[in-house]
Design a protein around this ligand. Structure first.
Ligand SMILES: [Zn+2]
Length: 128
C-alpha cells in the first residue's frame, strides 16, 4: 500500500541529494518519512514540512549477503534504519567498515547511485 507518487518520492530524493532533506509532520506530531499524503498513524492530512536534521542515529542495521537483483553488485552491504529526531529512514551504509557499523553511530543521509542498476538510493555516511 502506498499513497506516494514516484514524483513526490523523486522530489524528496532531489532535496536530500542537495543537502536539503525534509520530513512531514502531522498535527499530532507524528513524523512522516518518506513523505506521504496522510499520516499512517492517525490519518491526518494537515501535514507540515520541516527540515530533516543533518545527523541521525543508527537504531538497527543488517548486513545483506544475498541481495535483491538490483543490488547484486553492491553485496555484501549494510542497510540501516536511522532516527532523525523521531523520524526514521532506511538506507545503505557507506564510509564505515561493515563490521564497525554500530547502533548509535551518527550518520548523515544523502542520495547516491547503487552499483548494479545505477538507481538512486538513500545512503548513510558518517556525520563529519
Ligand atoms: Zn499522525
Amino acid at each position: 500500500m502506498t499513497d506516494v507518487t514516484n514524483g513526490e518520492y523523486d522530489a524528496f530524493l532531489d532535496a536530500l541529494a542537495e543537502g536539503e532533506g525534509y520530513y512531514l509532520v502531522c498535527e499530532n506530531e507524528h513524523g512522516l518519512l518518506p513523505p506521504r499524503r496522510a499520516c499512517p498513524h492517525c490519518g491526518d492530512r494537515e501535514l507540515t514540512e520541516r527540515d530533516l536534521p543533518k545527523s541521525g542515529e543508527i537504531v538497527t542495521h543488517t548486513t545483506v549477503f544475498v541481495p535483491t537483483p538490483q543490488f547484486e553488485d553492491d553485496a555484501p552491504y549494510v542497510t540501516a534504519v536511522a532516527d532523525f529526531d523521531g523520524v526514521r529512514l532506511t538506507g545503505v551504509v557507506r564510509g564505515i567498515a561493515q563490521e564497525d557499523v554500530a547502533i548509535g553511530d551518527h550518520v548523515t543521509a544523502t542520495v547516491e547511485s547503487n552499483e548494479t542498476a545505477d538507481e538512486r538510493t538513500i545512503v548513510f555516511r558518517p556525520t563529519e
